[in-house]
Design a protein around this ligand. Structure first.
Ligand SMILES: C[S@@+](CC[C@H](N)C(=O)[O-])C[C@H]1O[C@@H](n2cnc3c(N)ncnc32)[C@H](O)[C@@H]1O
Length: 218
C-alpha cells in the first residue's frame, strides 16, 4: 500500500479501522510492560487514534507518525486541541503538551527521532501492509526502537483467501519471523472477534482472531 492509497482513503472517509474509543487491548495489557511514566512511547501509523491521548494520560510523552494530513488535522480538531506546528523536513510536526505527531512517511524516520521512546504501541500498522512491505516495516522498526524498549503489537488472523486486505491476515509464524532478529516476542492473548465485526462477516470471513503480542527490543 503506497502512501497515496492511504491519503486517498482518508480523503474519501474510508476509515473503518478507526475506533471511537480507546483500544481495549491497550488498556488491558499496557500495565504488563511496566514502563515508567517518563518513558516516551512511539505509535507508528497512528491515524487519529484516541490511543494517543490515553497513552499521554498515563504520563508518557507520545510520538506518532502518520502519512495523511487529514488524519492529523482531524485528530486535533475532533479532540478540541490546538497544536503548534513546525516544518521539520521531511515532516510536518504538530505538537502539544507532550504529544507530537509527525505527518509524513514512517520510512523517512531516523533513529534520532525515536531515541526517547522506550515504549511502542502498534495497532493496525503491520496488518495495514501487504506481505511484501512487512519485512521492510519490521526492519525499519528494529532500526528505530532503542534497545530495551518494549511494547505491544496487535495483529489479525483470518483465512487470507476469504478476503482481500487491508486489513491483512498476519500469522503468528510470520510475526515471529519478522521479529526474530533484535526482538524478544511473546504472545499475550488471542480473541475471537468475528461476532463483533459484522462488516468482515459480510465480506465472507468465517474466522477472525485478534492477537496481542509483547515485543521487547534486545
Ligand atoms: C489501518 S490504519 C491504523 C491507524 C491507527 N493505528 C489506529 O489504530 O486507528 C493505518 C494508518 O497508517 C497510515 N499509513 C500508511 N502508510 C504509512 C506510512 N508509510 N507512513 C505513515 N503512515 C502511514 C494510514 O494513513 C493509516 O492512517
Amino acid at each position: 500500500m503506497e502512501p497515496e492509497f492511504w491519503i486517498r482513503r482518508w480523503e474519501e472517509g474510508q476509515t473503518g479501522f478507526h475506533l471511537d474509543e480507546v483500544n481495549r487491548h491497550l488498556q488491558d495489557h499496557w500495565p504488563v510492560l511496566a514502563l515508567p511514566a517518563d518513558c516516551g512511547v512511539f505509535v507508528p501509523l497512528c491515524g487519529k487514534s484516541l490511543d494517543l491521548l490515553w497513552l499521554r494520560g498515563q504520563g508518557h510523552a507520545v510520538l506518532g507518525v502518520e502519512i495523511s494530513p487529514r488524519a492529523v488535522r482531524e485528530f486535533f480538531a475532533d479532540n478540541g486541541l490546538e497544536p503548534r506546528h513546525e516544518t521539520r523536513p521531511p515532516f510536518e510536526a504538530w505538537h502539544l503538551d507532550g504529544l507530537e505527531i509527525l505527518q509524513g512517511d514512517f520510512f523517512d524516520l531516523q533513529p534520532i527521532d525515536t531515541a526517547g521512546c522506550g515504549g511502542l504501541w502498534d495497532r493496525a500498522s503491520l496488518i495495514a501492509l501487504p506481505p511484501e512491505m512487512r519485512p521492510r516495516y519490521a526492519a525499519q522498526l528494529t532500526r528505530l526502537m532503542p534497545r530495551g524498549s518494549r511494547g505491544l503489537l496487535v495483529t489479525l488472523e483470518y483465512p487470507q483467501e476469504e478476503m482481500q486486505g487491508p486489513p491483512f491476515s498476519v500469522t503468528g509464524e510470520e510475526v515471529r519471523r519478522l521479529y526474530a532478529e533484535g526482538w524478544r516476542i511473546e504472545p499475550l492473548a488471542r480473541h475471537d472477534v468475528l461476532a463483533e465485526q459484522p462488516r468482515f462477516r459480510e465480506r465472507g470471513l468465517t474466522r477472525l482472531e485478534e492477537c496481542v503480542w509483547r515485543l521487547e527490543r534486545v
